[in-house]
Design a protein around this ligand. Structure first.
Ligand code: FEO
Length: 397
């Protein structure tokens, strides 16, 4: 898209990646954007760049506003290559000796990634830099989403350039929250659940630090997706709530199946949960992408996972999902394993071990059914769903 003036003298010069459908294992079925921002002042500043294959578009966007050589300062809020990949082209275009501001960790990471002798300058947490009429303050935000991450705050306009924080993988005609409305929240939630969930304790601390800084945030400009200008407090409040991970009366039944026996168990458990009035759904791991399942896990108070036994082990998609979920460190969940088997029957035990490793509260020992569930087995699954539902209701009151 063409650059947009988001405030007087401040432009989004980033690019839209309409067709990306997989972002390192995350399904980006609506594409994404790599936002980059140009601030015009006595010193002109470029905040972040874009993936390297979009470098030409970024330069074209900048050139439609000013000669890129007139950029005085580059800021790298985060070294991950979706935001830094165009740095070599940009530095070459504007001048290799121009100052490149980054966090103290960025000072270590940028040279490791690019092996270039750029004029990198590591800023201190809270450091203020004058641009002439305006000034920037840097806020260290380690692990949102890499150790080098920082936010850049434009003091006079109250604009927070938040890198990955508050972002969404969404590409559309809309550029602002007031243009898209509440439907953006599902994309923001998916981004949080799949990228930032494991850093929840750090996010809560950063939110507290920002609230104590007594600054006004009129606009939040993330590096992905839409800009929050109508109600930036809405996404801040959502981050606080998601980071707390308070259990809700919601349960997921996540499974895969070979000959529909584990599926019959999953459906019966789901129906038991519904019978208790619990918000729930069965999630077949070859019909749902792991990142969509993880989005639902974020607010679930109970996670029920089922696998058939395959070659004395777990079904591969179940292993994949458990590994993925474990890395994201969800908290405050009830865990329950189940599964069907033909002869050896290890799957329920193996699922339970994984749930224990994630520090889930194990509700009951894994439920196993041999071959095809008959009426008695279906009733046992339904009853298990009801008991989990009953406990969830008490927990979430
Ligand atoms: Fe959008 Fe961590 O990069």
């Amino acid at each position: 898209m063409k650059p947009i003036e988001i405030a007087k003298g401040i432009y989004d010069v980033g690019v839209t990646d309409w067709n990306i459908r997989d972002f390192h294992g995350y399904s980006t079925y609506m594409g994404t954007t790599y936002n980059a921002f140009l601030i015009l002042d006595e010193k002109n500043v470029l905040i972040d760049t874009v993936k390297k294959e979009f470098a030409d578009l970024l330069i074209e966007n900048i050139s439609s506003i000013i000669d890129p050589k007139k950029i005085d300062i580059i800021i790298s809020n985060h070294t991950e290559m979706d935001h830094s990949g165009s740095l070599p082209r940009i530095m070459h275009r504007i001048g290799e000796n121009k100052p490149l501001y980054c966090s103290q960790m960025g000072l270590k990471n940028l040279p490791r990634h690019f092996r270039q002798k750029w004029n990198c300058r590591g800023v201190e947490n809270g450091e203020r830099v004058s641009l002439g009429k305006r000034s920037l303050t840097f806020l260290e935000t380690r692990m949102i989403h890499w150790p080098d991450s920082m936010f850049t705050y434009l003091n006079e306009d109250g604009i927070l350039f938040s890198s990955d924080g508050f972002g969404q993988h969404y590409a559309g005609w809309e550029k602002f929250d007031d243009q898209i409305g509440d439907s953006i929240m599902q994309h923001a939630k998916k981004y949080f659940a799949n990228i930032l969930l494991l850093y929840s304790p750090k996010i809560l601390k950063i939110l507290e630090t920002v609230s104590q800084m007594d600054i006004k945030i009129n606009m939040i400009c993330p590096d992905h997706g839409i800009i929050w200008r109508r109600d930036p407090g809405k996404i801040i409040r959502a981050y606080a709530e998601w980071s707390e991970q308070k259990p809700k009366a919601k349960a997921l039944v996540i499974y895969d199946t070979m000959w529909q026996s584990t599926e019959k168990m999953a459906i019966a458990i789901t129906e038991g949960l519904i019978g208790e009035g619990i918000e729930t759904m069965p999630m077949h791991l070859r019909k749902r992408h792991r990142s969509d399942v993880m989005t639902e896990v974020l607010e679930a108070g109970a996670v029920v996972v089922g696998s058939p036994t395959l070659n004395n082990g777990l079904f591969p998609t179940v292993s994949d999902f458990l590994t993925y979920m474990k890395g994201l460190k969800p908290k405050n969940k009830i865990g329950q394993a189940f599964g069907s088997y033909g002869w050896s029957g290890e799957s329920a035990k193996l699922v339970q071990e994984e749930l224990e490793a994630m520090k889930f509260e194990i509700f009951e020992p894994g439920l196993r059914i041999q071959y095809v569930p008959e009426q008695e087995g279906i009733e046992a699954c339904f009853s298990l769903g009801r008991r989990i539902g009953s406990r969830l209701k008490r927990l979430s009151q």
